[in-house]
Write a protein that binds this ligand. Structure first.
Ligand SMILES: [Zn+2]
Length: 284
């Protein structure tokens, strides 16, 4: 503070506090006397740590603020601002890797079309699921159904609602998730960061489970081992899985062990259109 004034004095080529004051207020020369720089009460911390001009104007003691708050409070304010910016920046980086819902994507409960009783029931289950999580319960949710039945819309609505409530949320297609896993191959630091982040979210939504693998036997056995690891990492946390596969078909794709683990402590929403047997088409 003092240093700031000293440099101002130097620039203006003045030596005394009064000289500086009258340089700023040349019209006060006649009416003002006893100009001093004093410490007055800072409105932020209530301490007498804020500098102000104090002077006598026609016999009255008046005060003119130099700063709105004291130097310590300014410093603290700045530190908080920088801290908040850093936290936001870190959050943005994590979101870039894990939260694949565009900011202009408004898929929510309000615009979820309840075209039939099944969809109304599905929406009810999804909102109950959110309520459970907000109450601190740990629950999994599997949303299975034919493409185009609104699974992803519901999953996005869940993710967006909980993120809006301040929870740490990931929303990622399982194909993208597995691409990211492959990108960490041979890089232990990246692998550990991936696992730590994946385990840390309050909620992870894995969209379109089962499309991440081609059906070659060697890749299938690798991806089903990965699924066991991934589901293990989410132990004690809540995870939503959407998939085109019903339970039995999903076993063939990600492994029976994983399907059984997903089913622990779990809700299920099934949205299969009855007009064709979807399972037969998928198990070619
Ligand atoms: Zn202060």
């Amino acid at each position: 503070m003092v240093h700031a004034f000293e440099s101002v004095f130097e620039k203006l080529n003045v030596r005394k506090v009064e000289d500086l004051f009258f340089k700023i207020h040349p019209d006060y020369v006649q009416s003002v006397s006893e100009v001093r720089m004093e410490y007055v009460q800072c409105p932020a911390c209530q301490q007498h740590t804020k500098q102000a001009w104090v002077y006598c104007f026609d016999g009255d003691r008046l005060q003119e603020d130099v700063w709105s708050i004291c130097h310590e409070c300014q410093k603290q304010f700045y530190t908080l601002q920088v801290g908040a910016k850093l936290i936001q920046k870190r959050q943005d980086i994590v979101d870039g890797d894990w939260y694949y819902i565009n900011s202009d994507d408004k898929a929510g409960f309000k615009n979820f079309e309840e075209l039939n009783p099944e969809l109304t029931a599905a929406k009810g289950k999804a909102t109950d699921y959110i309520k459970d999580l907000l109450e601190g319960k740990i629950r999994n949710l599997r949303i299975s159904g034919t493409p185009g039945t609104g699974k992803t819309h519901l999953a996005k609505a869940i993710a967006r609602t909980l993120k809006h409530k301040g929870r740490k949320v990931a929303f990622i297609e399982s194909r993208k998730l597995f691409d990211n896993i492959k990108n960490t191959f041979g890089n232990r630091v990246a692998q550990e960061r991936f696992e730590k982040q994946f385990a840390d979210f309050d909620l992870v939504v894995l969209d379109d489970v089962g499309v991440e693998t081609n059906k070659a036997a060697d890749e299938l056995s690798w991806s089903s081992r990965e699924w066991v690891k991934l589901i293990d990492l989410r132990r004690g946390k809540s995870t939503v899985y959407t998939t085109n596969f019903d339970k039995e078909s999903l076993k063939a794709v990600i492994g029976a062990r994983s399907v059984s683990r997903i089913g622990e402590n779990s809700e299920t929403i099934e949205l299969f259109t009855p007009d064709h047997d979807y399972r037969d088409r998928l198990l070619y």
